[in-house]
Design a protein around this ligand. Structure first.
Ligand code: IVH
Length: 723
């Protein structure tokens, strides 16, 4: 190990201190600060490039790097040849022979917002001698987050592949590159007069393949890969290409760095970067396509970046930003590079999805069926634009698997969804004061004098409180009952339920339907109007179809799907009182556990009484037409797709079209979003069509095309008249 764990801890804490304007470390003299920054950056580069296991986020690293660059501008006399800004990155590993690159493999400067990009544009103009009015186009493409690769083709054959290494020299990984199916072993460069060419690209693993690999590793009891980037860049450096082949890696090419003719003279091919990339596409390389755009000016480029920031999760590969490149090659040449990065390109980094923070304490929450969920309280930290201060720890096993301790430094991430997640603890940063997390065996919420032992059912990860006497479960059930997924009572969120609960106004879900609106109108922050709105929302919920009501009862394992199946088979909710165990299990799709839970629920007199009370308060318990809707298809030409109809349809009415789409396996959405796959546009389609076109990822169909897809599968398809 190049660094002791004590050194690593100190480096980590010093890095954070330098990023904290309130820390006393800010009083360091500029010269000492430069020395410190150099050592810290070299350390973080070692963690990143050699260990593939960084302890700070890319964003934090960039901030340190920028601090050093700024000081070096101010004090060029102290820069020294050993500064990390004077070479491209830290040392190489030593597993493979080193090879020199034909031209240095530089890094990119980073930007984070519109202002940074505008400044970049001004810098480019200044260096290129352009005025503010001269046209200046940029090609914008994804910043792929994998392992970089440099490829040399000679006389049309792939002769060498190397990692980036220190930018001057990389590791020879030709044997590995040859198994990447997306890299042609032969490409017709000679048709363009090119005898020798060096290409740059990034090796990646598709996100879904990464997840599959990890799932099967978990099944085999192997350790999991931390993320897609490490799986790809680690894969490139594997000894046996057959192991690499199993990882299903792919290479995107984003640059033609050097081209020479047969006499060895450097060639000037094409006028723009975009044309060069398009040529590579033609020659059989994988290149960014609809995710690459030539933008007229910096404003359009910025919009394209911001757009992709929003939809980055829909992209099948990990990307951590976009790269803007001056499209005109003559301008690129005119303005050149620093020793670190080209002046004609910049990375626009997406909001950080990872950060480090400290796990301070653990709180416990009880769910609607009594599950005890541990929640980590952490030092507040910014993650993808949101401040995070608590993160679910899921269950006891999670805490154990991740070996989490109170006081640990942890790496947190907001991945595909918005929920933050603890990637790992960093045991090398412990100082001995950390405390193990002891999962309680008694209900931690219970506030009575008699302890309640928790239970853990076989095969389940959660500990549950079987008999919580403190009402915490009731509260959670009420919160769930009013939620969007259940009765969907508009305007009655968690905080209002908690407030009414504290006031003693609601103790069970039935109490929601006998609230005193005059009292509510008197509450601070309410008034007549809000009380009235709430009344209307609750009155509307009373009329809900019974599948919603069944789901809203918080019966363990009873989800939306089985609620619908049951609702379609009963005339009135209380009929379930008379169902035998077989009545449930005879239905395909109803498993024994949920069958038993529902049966047991309807055997309890207090539950029957609760439902009767609700009925007497006006809540609908009788099956409605919506309860007999067809269930989503399990197959069909649109299976797994999301679809939206807009404009006036000629042949079908909107409802019938939606129903046909559902029967073909699609999910019908009500608005254009990044999740939308298909938009069927009828006549006079308006803003939804424009928005879908702008997204660029939505398939747009006419009504006739939609019908053709449905009929190809099922020639007799007709909208169901009973609907
Ligand atoms: S161009 C001379 N384009 O980002 C400019 N780089 O931080 C060279 N990267 O090591 C880079 N996607 O591996 C360029 N579309 C893209 C890229 C890209 C990912 C990587 C590249 C480089 C790193 C720079």
């Amino acid at each position: 190990m190049r660094y002791t764990s004590e050194q690593q801890r100190t480096f980590y804490l010093q890095s954070l201190a330098l990023l904290d304007p309130a820390d006393p470390i800010q009083q360091l003299s500029d010269q000492s600060r430069m020395d410190l920054l150099k050592s810290l950056i070299v350390y973080h580069e070692w963690r990143y490039y050699i260990r593939h296991d960084p302890v700070i986020s890319d964003f934090e690293y960039d901030q340190l790097y920028k601090q050093l660059e700024r000081l070096e501008d101010q004090y060029p006399q102290w820069v020294g040849t050993d500064s990390p800004t004077r070479r491209v990155s830290a040392d190489l590993g030593s597993d493979f022979p080193e090879v020199p690159h034909l031209s240095p493999m530089l890094s990119l400067a980073n930007s984070y917002d519109e202002t940074d990009l505008r400044e970049f544009d001004q810098q480019v103009r200044k260096f290129a001698g352009l005025t503010g009015d001269d046209p200046l186009a940029y090609t914008v493409e994804p910043k792929f987050d994998g392992g970089s690769i440099a490829l040399v083709y000679e006389n049309d054959l792939l002769v060498r592949a190397a990692t980036r290494g220190n930018g001057e020299r990389g590791e020879d990984i030709t044997h590995n590159a040859r198994v990447l199916r997306s890299l042609p072993l032969r490409a017709a460069f000679s048709e363009y007069g090119i005898a020798k060419v060096e290409l740059r690209g990034e090796v990646l693993i598709r996100k879904d393949i990464f997840e599959k690999i990890n799932a099967s590793r978990a099944e085999e009891g192997l350790s999991l890969f931390a993320n897609a980037r490490n799986t790809a860049s680690g894969g490139l450096r594997m000894k046996d290409p057959r192991d690499l082949e199993k990882r299903g890696l792919e290479a995107f090419i984003y640059q033609m760095a050097y081209t020479a003719d047969a006499a060895g003279n450097e060639l000037q091919l094409f006028e723009t970067h975009d044309e060069r990339i398009a040529l590579l596409g033609k020659l059989g390389f994988k290149i960014p396509e609809q995710e690459r755009k030539v933008c007229r000016d910096i404003a359009e480029a910025t919009r394209f970046c911001l757009d992709w920031q929003e939809k980055r999760d829909t992209y099948p590969y990990e990307i951590d930003g976009m790269v803007l490149k001056v499209n005109e090659l003559s301008i690129q040449q005119r303005i050149g590079s620093t020793s670190h990065h080209p002046r004609w390109a910049i990375a626009f980094k997406f909001r950080a999805k990872q950060a480090t923070t400290r796990l301070l304490d653990v709180a416990y929450q009880v769910g609607k069926i009594g599950s005890i969920t541990p929640v980590a309280k952490v030092t507040p930290v910014q993650l993808a634009g949101v401040t995070i201060s608590s993160i679910s720890l899921h269950n006891e096993d999670f805490i154990r698997q991740k070996d989490l301790h109170k006081g640990d430094t942890i790496l947190v991430e907001r991945a595909g969804d918005v929920i933050p997640y603890i990637v790992k603890a960093m045991p090398e940063l412990r100082d001995g004061s950390e405390q193990p997390i002891v999962f309680p065996r008694e209900c931690p919420i219970n506030d009575s004098d008699t302890p309640v032992l928790l239970v853990r059912a076989e095969g389940e990860a959660a500990w549950r409180c079987p008999n919580c006497v403190c009402g915490a479960q009731d509260l959670q059930r009420i919160i769930f009952h009013v939620s969007k997924d259940a009765m969907d009572i508009d305007g009655m969120g968690k905080s209002i339920v908690e407030r009414f609960y504290e006031l003693g106004w609601i103790r069970s879900i039935a109490d929601i339907y006998r609230l005193d609106y005059e009292n509510i109108a008197q509450l601070e922050g309410f008034g007549e109007k809000s009380a009235n709105n709430l009344r209307q929302a609750i009155d509307k919920a009373k009329e809900n179809p019974i599948h919603r009501l069944l789901h809203s009862l918080s019966i363990h394992h009873l989800g939306k799907k089985v609620s619908r199946i049951l609702a379609a088979r009963i005339g009135h909710v209380l009929e379930l009182r008379n169902w035998s165990p077989e009545d449930f299990t005879d239905i395909k799709d109803i498993g024994p556990i949920v069958a038993e839970n529902v049966r047991a629920y309807f055997q309890q007199p207090e539950h029957i009484e609760l439902l009767q009370t609700m009925e007497s308060l006006g809540v609908n318990l009788t099956r409605k037409e919506e309860d007999i809707l067809p269930e989503p298809a399990a197959s069909g030409p649109l299976l797994g797709k999301t679809i939206l109809f807009t404009g006036t349809l000629q042949e079908l009415d909107r409802k019938a079209a939606q129903q046909m789409a559902q029967q073909a396996g699609a999910k019908v959405l009500s608005a254009v979003s990044a999740n939308l796959n298909i938009l069927v546009a009828g006549e006079k389609a308006g803003s939804k069509l424009t928005k879908a076109r702008e997204l660029g990822t939505v398939q747009i169909l006419s009504e006739a095309e939609f019908l053709a897809i449905i009929k190809a599968q099922n020639p007799s398809a007709e909208p169901d008249e009973s609907y």
